[in-house]
Write a protein that binds this ligand. Structure first.
Ligand code: ADP
Ligand code: ZN
Ligand code: MG
Length: 470
């Protein structure tokens, strides 16, 4: 029977700032536990919050990039609840009057365009972190994270399935990375997702939703949402109601957590220690004006400007660092086919790209491509040079490295001569028959030369040399 899936996502993004949202403590991830705390983020009586301007800037940048309307005036509120990771007994967040309202994210995939509609983007502080030590039966608390700035991005309940949820999150993550507002790392919790899901008959009102928390990978989100959808459909088809519950996801399983509080249980009220947040039209305009080119726009431009195929453009815009890298190589080798530059980046560079740093500079690669095009370096030798530079980076230029490694075509030439002569001596009979006109033996001799060079010889040069020697 026919069911419609309804998903709404709440994404928490840790904003890249030096200090916390309301105090001067370091917001750094991974410092020794409980070393970045002060009276304000520990919630001691008499302490007062001071708003971090860079956090506002970053959250507003996210809103602007997503077309979410920045509000001239927004407000902070206290969301009260008791939990050991919340030293103040309340979280400062935006509730009735968020930083930005509405917006959308458009994602292209396999030739189709999907629009995800947003409800809001708001600012809030993070809670501390509980570390459950099952072995000793104790729970430890690290308050370094308490007060770290988060932007929360909330979608309308219109995401139509687990696969679409993943598509949205992937697209959002890519956009956030382009904006350089967050590390967006799911493992260390700088991107956290709560997913709400319900099912209904087409045309019916919204069903009872269930919420998934602790989602720490995109594939895990898709799997766990699928599990909840299946169980909701089975429940409804057996005539039972779906219960409004929160589940924790882990390894494809979902386990029920506490009953979800209603808004009223949190006793939201405006934070009396902070003024309303005002964003002037000038500031809003300067934020919008300084947005970088976003992934979708860049993908389209790569197709038109560099004549890349859609799939090449897709790969090359997957991250801003990769896109910047490709673009400088393409510009530096301008005049040659940009496809060629794309090939060198996709096939010879991405695999060597581990972590944040490119394996070598774009000008290094551009120079290597130039040498190959000028027939001063074979393709095989070029790959060796790139690999060497990636493995043991040096300050040497391309020419110096090529000389030190002895892989330039000049160096190759004498080596090649030795291989060819050795093969012609060993297979003198075949060489004589080739000279007498048995053309197919060329491939045989070529194969011997390639084997002797362990595949490193340039086939064109080898073939030419065999002909000359004969
Ligand atoms: P809550 O008050 O429980 O936090 P909200 O109305 O603020 O609920 O919505 C939180 C998220 O849940 C939003 O992303 C929203 O789109 C989604 N959502 C709301 N109702 C449903 C529903 N019936 N099914 C699926 N998602 C929903
Ligand atoms: Zn502090
Ligand atoms: Mg809500």
């Amino acid at each position: 029977m026919n069911w419609e899936i309804v998903i709404g996502l709440e994404v928490h993004v840790r904003l890249k700032t030096e200090s916390k949202l309301f105090c001067a403590c370091s917001a750094k991830f991974g410092d020794p536990a409980n070393t970045n705390i002060c009276p304000t983020c520990a919630g001691l009586p008499g302490s007062l919050p001071t708003l971090n301007s860079l956090a506002v800037q970053r959250a507003a940048t996210i809103a602007a990039a997503l077309g979410s309307a920045l509000q001239a005036r927004s407000e902070f509120a206290r969301k009260s609840y008791f939990y050991p990771d919340l030293p103040k007994g309340y979280q400062i967040t935006q509730y009735e009057h968020p930083l930005a309202v509405g917006g959308e994210l458009v994602v292209h995939e396999g030739g189709r365009e999907v629009r995800f509609v947003l409800q809001r983007v708001h600012l809030e502080e993070d809670a501390g972190k509980l570390i459950h030590n099952r072995k000793d039966g104790v729970t430890l608390i690290d308050l370094n994270r308490a007060g770290v700035p988060l932007a929360e991005i909330v979608t309308e309940p219109t995401v139509s399935g687990p696969g679409e949820a993943r598509l949205f999150l992937n697209g959002l993550k890519r956009t956030l990375q382009y904006l350089e507002v967050s590390d967006c790392n799911m493992e260390d919790g700088s991107l956290r997702v709560d997913a709400n899901v319900s099912v209904r008959r087409p045309g019916a009102g919204l069903g009872i939703k269930q919420e998934l928390k602790n989602l720490n990978s995109l594939s895990g989100i898709e799997t766990s949402l699928g599990v909840l959808v299946e169980s909701q459909i089975a429940t409804l088809e057996s005539g039972e109601p779906v219960l409004q519950r929160t589940f924790a996801a882990s390894d494809g399983y979902v386990t029920p957590m506490r009953q979800k509080e209603e808004g009223a249980d949190y006793r939201y009220f405006p934070e009396p220690d902070l003024l309303p947040l005002e964003v002037t039209p000038q500031r809003a305009r300067s934020i919008t004006d300084s947005l970088p080119e976003l992934p979708e726009a860049r993908r389209t431009r790569f197709v038109t400007e560099f004549a890349l195929t859609p799939s090449e453009a897709e790969v090359l815009t997957s991250g801003r660092d990769v896109a910047d890298f490709f673009e400088s190589v393409a510009v530096a080798t301008r005049g040659t086919d940009a496809h060629q530059a794309a090939g060198w980046v996709i096939n010879e560079t991405l695999a060597l790209w581990s972590g944040a740093e490119a394996p070598f500079s774009s000008s290094f690669l551009a120079e290597v491509i130039g040498l190959v095009n000028n027939k001063a370096l074979s393709r095989q030798a070029a790959k060796k040079v790139l690999l060497e530079m990636a493995r043991s980076p040096t300050s040497e230029g391309v020419a110096e490295l090529v000389a030190r490694m002895g892989v330039g075509l000049e160096a190759d030439a004498s080596q090649m001569e030795q291989w060819v002569e050795a093969v012609l001596a060993e297979y003198a009979d075949e060489a004589a028959r080739l000279r007498a006109g048995e053309g197919r033996l060329m491939d045989f001799l070529m194969g011997r030369v390639m084997a002797a060079s362990r595949g490193t010889a340039d086939p064109h040069v080898a073939r030419q040399l065999i002909s000359e020697k004969l």
